[in-house]
Design a protein around this ligand. Structure first.
Ligand SMILES: Nc1ncnc2c1ncn2[C@@H]1O[C@H](COP(=O)(O)OP(=O)(O)O)[C@@H](O)[C@H]1O
Ligand SMILES: N[C@@H](CC(=O)OP(=O)(O)O)C(=O)O
Length: 449
């Protein structure tokens, strides 16, 4: 039994949905289908999810509201007409949007979540109806019926352990189940979405719940590549990755698979395969517990921008018991999570994502550090990019760090910080963001060309 998840690019138009339909039809093992909301059809297009988010912030029934909701309905209408299914579904979608948008609420996040979920929910209804028109026995299943239980964190829900029971029972049902991705329900019935890209998480939960033999994640690339193909055209493909490697890579910038989606599949030991809806014959990339092949050390180079460095120095910091803990406590008190915290004898850097830092929080953090830790210097430096060189084979390979630093040196790029995780699956380099593409090219040439 397989779970097939189709991402936004695979359901972006009627043409894409037809391809997804053929993929489901050609393998009777594909019994569970998870779908995203229609994504971009071309670079300048807007995802349905983004339109729904925008809609949640405008006043109900205004001109602006009408203009956005018309665009959403028009997009679904084109799909529905081209798939030749009954357009009753369009009234259903339009009513769902108006009902969610007209609610007067002080809880904006919840309102946004309910509107956001309509993209996936409508798409699952359309896809299940379409599968029936091509002779398959498919039914739409709401995540609440599927028992997908999540924490009470709008826009960033976490999966709860009870989520798998109902899904396991659904194995016995006849036909194909089409489940919308991206959201679940709290134990008291509130709808919550996962973070962006979270339909991958739903797919993984369903795969773990039904104890699938394989979780297939259909997207718009033939495989995971060793670097982001938007930075290096036609890079080398990766045939197999371990869960640990993929988690590091996706957390650090490989947007092809959500980093939080690995855990359910990993715990249930279900292999994941990243495949291309536009070229399903291509083998794709397998993500498994252990690779049987000899590893050459580095399997991928991921990168991301939008980081700041909070730098604190104090002479004899090394002798001041609890300095690091108190510094991190200040961040915790302000609700700021951090990414890395490399330290020296008399100094410590804390790498923070820019979106964690508002001007207000920043001021409060700086004031508290001054008052409570009495440092010699304190600064916040913006505009950092993090580059992550990843591979489980690093543990046994010699010279990965040396080869990486040589690549930076050859490209004349100054490394602002280095951090080797204790898992020895990755080495992180902090550089100025304007040097990122040059750095990725240099590393790619060093390790793969
Ligand atoms: N290392 C990588 N390998 C493959 N694709 C990558 C990588 N890094 C980033 N991507 C991007 O991820 C995209 C697929 O993810 P996404 O847009 O979320 O797809 P979907 O709409 O199917 O969910 C690809 O088109 C590609 O541009
Ligand atoms: N539609 C949601 C969830 C998702 O997973 O989308 P996609 O499959 O297009 O990455 C989003 O845009 O965040």
């Amino acid at each position: 039994m397989k779970v097939a998840k189709f991402g936004g690019s695979s359901v972006a138009s009627s043409e894409q949905i037809k391809k997804a339909g053929s993929i489901v039809a050609e393998d009777t093992e594909r019994k569970f289908v998870v779908v995203s909301a229609p994504g971009k059809q071309f670079d300048t297009d807007t995802k349905i999810t983004d339109r729904l988010i925008e809609l949640s912030y405008v006043e109900f029934n205004t001109k602006e509201y009408k203009s956005i909701s018309d665009k959403i309905i028009e997009r679904f209408a084109k799909i529905v007409h081209e798939l030749d299914i009954s357009n009753e579904i369009l009234t259903e979608i339009s009513e769902a949007i108006d009902t969610a948008a007209s609610v007067e609420t002080a809880d904006q996040q919840r309102k946004t979540d309910i509107l956001k979920s309509i993209g996936e929910d409508s798409c699952a209804k359309i896809v299940s109806r379409y599968l029936n028109t091509i002779g398959l026995n498919a039914q739409y299943v709401n995540p609440e019926e599927a028992g997908i239980i999540v924490s009470n964190e709008p826009g960033n829900a976490q999966i709860l352990p009870d989520s798998y029971k109902t899904l396991y029972e659904m194995r016995e049902q006849k036909g194909i189940m089409v489940i919308p991705g991206f959201f679940g329900f709290t134990t008291d019935g509130k709808l919550m979405t996962f973070s962006r890209g979270g339909s991958d998480i739903t797919g993984s939960i369903v795969a773990a719940g039904v104890q699938a033999d394989l979780y297939e994640n259909f997207t718009d690339v033939d495989s995971v590549y060793v670097v982001d193909p938007r930075i290096i055209p036609n890079p080398e493909k990766v045939t197999t990755l371990t869960y640990k490697e993929m988690r590091e890579l996706s957390y650090s910038g490989f947007g092809v698979f959500h980093d939080e989606a690995l855990m359910p599949a990993f715990q249930a030991e279900i292999p994941v395969c990243i495949k291309n809806t536009n070229n399903p014959e291509s083998a794709g990339t397998m993500i498994v517990s252990n690779k049987n092949e000899e590893s050459r050390g580095v399997v991928g180079i991921a990168s991301d921008t939008g980081f700041s460095n909070l730098y604190v120095s104090k002479y004899l910091m090394n002798r001041e018991l609890g300095f690091g803990r108190r510094l991190l406590q200040i961040l915790e008190d302000e609700g700021i999570s951090f990414e890395h915290a490399p330290s020296g004898i008399d100094n410590m850097s804390v790498i923070i994502r820019d979106d964690e830092l508002t001007a207000e929080k920043e001021l409060s953090v700086i004031n508290r550090i001054h008052e409570e830790l009495n440092p010699d210097t304190i600064s916040i430096d913006y505009g950092f990019a993090m580059v992550m060189v990843v591979g489980e084979g690093m543990m046994s390979a010699v010279g990965i760090a040396e080869k990486s630093t040589a690549a930076f040196a050859d490209a004349n790029i100054s490394i602002e910080m280095i951090n080797q995780g204790s898992s020895e699956v990755s080495v992180m380099f902090g550089i100025r963001k304007d040097k990122l593409h040059k750095a990725i090219k240099a590393l790619y040439n060093k390790f793969f060309n």
